[in-house]
Design a protein around this ligand. Structure first.
Ligand code: IPE
Ligand code: IPE
Ligand code: MG
Length: 333
């Protein structure tokens, strides 16, 4: 069973998809795929079978998303908290990951054909080394594809991710790449594992649990959150359509909230830069500090320097991540 299932929608699914597509469509959908064990219990099958069917449902859901024109999907596959489950269950889930990532590597042509870039978001160090290596190879193999994006959150929690982002910024200051005053919401966001993705428009959690379980806490403040009672392995095309409809009913309010947040963020950064320049001019104590043209020039210079500094830091950060994946790929070659 592969990650992407080939195939078109049925006639009736296509008909409904076209009606949906007449409205605003989410560009990025996130899933908390919950309820595998309850499904196994309900169907009197082994727990591992529940997880395995959960994976199959992911492949099916990706096909629906592709057919609906949704280009980015992020899934919560395994949380750091999930390591606390029984050894037997964790081992079973790791075996499933091994199987699926190996399969993914065998099916590279398929990924190329669909142009799917796979990213694995999480603290890879927490995983067995052979899985780290498989993940690194899968990520490197698909990194240049850009038609669709599949982000698999594995060994992930949001608080761990945010904490890691803060550590990266501290590293930047320590290395002399950043000034402490460069720290901002916008910079923190660029240090998250999700830095290459827009925020999700729609987040769906199955199984009736109404909580986020430490998933994308930063990224979903302006997302439509939909909680559905269906267990993940039973998720259907119609459940997905219902969630999209709910997004469509809220989308204009969400867009407005997002735009106003971005405006406010820009305004705050501008005020911060202006305050810095004013302080600098006062320190200079020359007559030119009253000159508005001089003030404007200084502001432009300061802003350009700050942006350059941040760019260089982000490049160094990206290089650190690529080097880590390269080392893992070389180790497994
Ligand atoms: C989600 O289903 C999959 C993982 C967390 C790996 P669960 O395993 O949480 O199943 P339920 O929620 O207990 O039914
Ligand atoms: C969240 O589900 C994690 C995944 C779906 C991978 P959990 O089932 O682990 O979350 P809680 O324990 O119910 O909050
Ligand atoms: Mg659960």
């Amino acid at each position: 069973m592969s990650f992407i299932r080939e195939g078109e929608l049925t006639f009736i699914e296509r008909f409904f998809a076209n009606i949906l597509k007449a409205g605003p469509m989410p560009k990025h959908v996130a899933f908390i795929m919950d309820g595998n064990r309850r499904y196994a219990q309900k169907c009197h099958v082994e727990r591992q079978e529940g997880h395995s069917q959960g994976f199959e449902k992911l492949a099916e859901t990706l096909r629906w998303c592709l057919n609906l024109g949704i280009r980015e999907v992020t899934v919560y596959a395994f949380s750091i908290e999930n390591f606390k489950r029984s050894k037997e269950e964790v081992d079973g889930l790791m075996d499933l990951a091994r199987q699926k990532f190996s399969r993914l590597l065998e099916e590279q042509e398929n990924w190329k054909k669909h142009g799917v870039c796979i990213r694995v978001l999480g603290d890879l160090h927490l995983l067995p080394v052979d899985i780290q290596e498989l993940i690194a190879r899968a990520v490197q193999a698909t990194r240049s594809y850009n038609k669709c994006f599949l982000n698999v959150c594995f060994a992930y929690t949001s608080r761990h991710e945010i904490c890691n982002a803060v550590r990266e910024m501290a590293w930047g200051v320590e290395q002399g790449l950043l000034e402490p005053s460069d720290v901002s919401e916008s910079l923190l966001e660029k240090c998250l594992y999700t830095s290459n993705s827009p925020d999700p428009d729609l987040l769906i959690r199955t199984s009736g649990e109404v909580r986020l379980s430490d998933f994308l806490l930063w990224q979903t403040s302006h997302s439509c959150l939909v909680f559905q009672s269906v267990l993940w392995p039973e998720y259907s095309f119609w459940n997905l359509c219902e969630a999209i409809l709910r997004y469509q009913m809220n989308s204009s309010a969400l867009q407005k909230a997002r735009a106003s947040y971005m405006d406010e963020r820009k305004r705050q950064q501008m005020a911060k830069d202006q305050a810095y320049v004013r302080k600098k001019l006062q320190q200079e104590g020359t007559a030119s500090h009253e000159d508005p043209v001089h003030q404007q020039n200084l502001l432009q210079q300061y802003t350009a320097m700050r942006e350059e500094r941040i760019q260089a830091f982000l490049q160094a950060l990206e290089q650190k991540r690529v080097d880590f994946l390269d080392r893992l790929c070389t180790a497994s070659a």
